[in-house]
Design a protein around this ligand. Structure first.
Ligand code: ZN
Length: 240
């Protein structure tokens, strides 16, 4: 299985000691090491300040079974042409996992069709409840896990009704959040997962790591990913 991890890795991360402490070589490398260790063939690409996502080439995208996307401050730099290619490949069967602040990424909003806005606050304690214990993404987990420090994401989260609500986050400040949700678009599966603020240790938590690996396994297509079917009577849309 071919996994591609895309993450922002601009100056605000590279020169922030708190982020470097958690992710010495970037979030993409932390996740690549996790997925490689789970036996996936993983490619890590990253986005520098001002970059439009150019490291995610056609060659890499067209060889990806599951795309994992972490973004925060550079969503708007990602080219619309790349977003359209991602959307089409999802519709043809590629799985995609959006992590943490990727809720505002262009491909997530484009796939879901809503604003995807939410409430947020730094540094709270989170209790992540398993709300679908039979779901493959929750395999091997206790009924809830504790994250000592995570960014609070709260309702209302402006997403369509999920097909499966796998996790519900509760925060010590009183908020709740639909922290793990699934969708399908065309033949492709989508999973959004809330934990993973860049200066917090969530991606080193053993249960979070289990969730991420479970999710990639669940997202994997069970058939060869084909090419988009173009309607013969309509000129292909051009995106700028
Ligand atoms: Zn964050």
């Amino acid at each position: 299985m071919k996994v591609t991890v895309f993450s922002e890795h601009g100056k605000s991360h590279r020169e922030n000691p708190e982020v470097v402490n958690r992710h010495p070589h970037g979030i993409h490398r932390t996740l690549k090491e996790l997925f490689d260790g789970a036996g996936f063939d993983t490619t890590a690409v990253w986005q520098d300040d001002g970059d439009d996502g150019s490291m995610l080439t056609d060659e890499i995208l067209n060889d990806t079974d599951v795309l994992v996307w972490w973004g925060h401050c550079m969503h708007e730099n990602v080219s619309d042409a790349l977003v359209e290619k991602i959307v089409k490949r999802v519709q043809c069967g590629m799985g995609v996992m959006f992590l943490h602040s990727a809720h505002m990424s262009k491909p997530f909003r484009r796939l879901l069709g809503t604003a995807c806005t939410l409430k947020w606050r730094d540094n709270d304690r989170e209790r992540l409840w398993v709300s679908a214990p039979a779901h493959p993404i929750a395999a091997g987990l206790p009924e809830h896990i504790e994250l000592e420090v995570e960014e609070m994401y709260g309702e209302h989260f402006d997403i369509p009704a999920p097909e499966e609500l796998v996790f519900i986050g509760w925060f010590a400040g009183g908020e709740v959040f639909r922290s793990g949700v699934t969708y399908t678009r065309g033949k492709g599966k989508i999973f959004y997962f809330q934990p993973g603020h860049e200066s917090n240790p969530s991606y080193h938590n053993e249960y979070v790591r289990k969730i991420l690996v479970n999710a990639v396994n669940w997202l994997a297509p069970t058939f060869p990913i084909g090419k988009p079917v173009e309607c013969p009577c309509v000129e292909p849309l051009e995106y700028k």
